[in-house]
Design a protein around this ligand. Structure first.
Ligand code: NAD
Length: 286
């Protein structure tokens, strides 16, 4: 039977999550999506109205099918964790069972198991502030949404990921090299995500026979990246300085995710795989 993938972190057709889903779908996987609760309505409406149809086209001409969209807020593990003001917020009140534990339970109920788990989400409320000006709350919120969210997803989904399965997150080079502008504790969050990739590869490998990798992606003009504010400058910098002087397409990241999720990568786990036109390898811009 074909593989089944759950992709957390899609709310439009511009980001890495969408491109990864397309590559997985093109390779024959069934696609389940987890969408941030406040973005759910507009995403589902746009899907239904055909707004994404052009970007749903797969290489064979067919349209990517999304079997089910689940509401998800990956900063909450279970209903007891949700504060009253969020529960009653009108953007949340219309949806149910969107904490990580509940989503994993729903997927189990609906489909039994999955083979591939993709974490393509991040949030840092103070991302535009330098680290030196970041508040404790802002820093912890970045870590919660961008790093612990992966620990939590893996924790609750691992029991329903078939042995031989694969999990992938997305990281950014700001974790290991200074990228001024990637603030608010987001650089710290990506460093945690990469370190956790190794520890979780060990733990989930031994316990569940599943692989854990992360893709360090080059810059893409996604919704999240536009919110940071410096994305055009970073794209220009890469065009000028990377070994491969071309714009990075989201599909190039999607294709590597499909490879990493496939049996072709059955011995790769605990890895940070760079998909950035080689920019990470440069020591100085020329
Ligand atoms: P994106 O906006 O398409 O994806 C981010 C998603 O996270 C959004 O759909 C948003 O709704 C969701 N999200 C935010 N908080 C959430 C929460 N609490 N629960 C559930 N979902 C939540 O942007 P993207 O750039 O494609 O980001 C995907 C991943 O790629 C992120 O981890 C990002 O850090 C990483 N990345 C992006 C770039 C880039 O240049 N765009 C580079 C390297 C890595």
């Amino acid at each position: 039977r074909g593989k089944r993938a759950f992709i957390a972190g899609i709310a439009d057709d511009n980001g890495y999550g969408w491109a990864i889903s397309k590559s997985l779908a093109a390779a024959g996987a069934e696609i389940l999506v987890g969408t941030w609760v406040p973005a759910l309505n507009i995403f589902e409406t746009s899907l239904r109205r055909g707004k994404f149809d052009e970007s749903r086209v797969l290489p064979d001409g067919s349209l990517m099918k999304i079997t089910k969209v689940y509401p998800l807020d990956a900063v909450y593990d279970c209903p007891e964790d949700v504060p009253e003001d969020v529960k009653t917020n009108k953007r949340y009140a219309g949806s149910t069972k969107w904490t990580v534990k509940e989503v994993a339970e729903s997927v189990k109920e609906d489909f039994g198991s999955i083979d591939i788990l993709i974490h393509s989400l991040a949030n840092g409320p103070e991302v535009s502030k330098p680290l030196l000006e970041t508040s404790r709350n802002g820093y912890l919120a970045a870590i919660s949404a961008s790093s612990y969210s992966f620990v939590s997803l893996l924790k609750y989904f691992a029991p329903i990921i078939n042995p031989g399965g694969a999990t992938i997150s997305l990281t950014y080079i700001a974790s290991e090299k200074i990228i001024p502008g990637y603030g608010g504790g987001m650089s710290s969050a990506k460093a945690a995500l990469e370190s956790d990739t190794q520890v979780l590869a060990f733990e989930a490998g031994r316990k569940h026979k599943i692989r854990v990798n992360t893709i360090s992606a080059g810059p893409l003009r996604s919704r999240a990246a536009k919110a940071i504010g410096f994305i055009d400058m970073i794209i220009d910098y890469s065009l000028e300085n990377a070994p491969l002087q071309k714009e990075l397409s989201a599909d190039e990241v999607g294709n590597v995710a499909a490879f990493l999720a496939s049996p072709l990568a059955s011995a790769i786990t605990g890895a940070v795989v760079y998909v950035d036109n080689g920019l990470n390898a440069m020591g100085v811009g020329v």
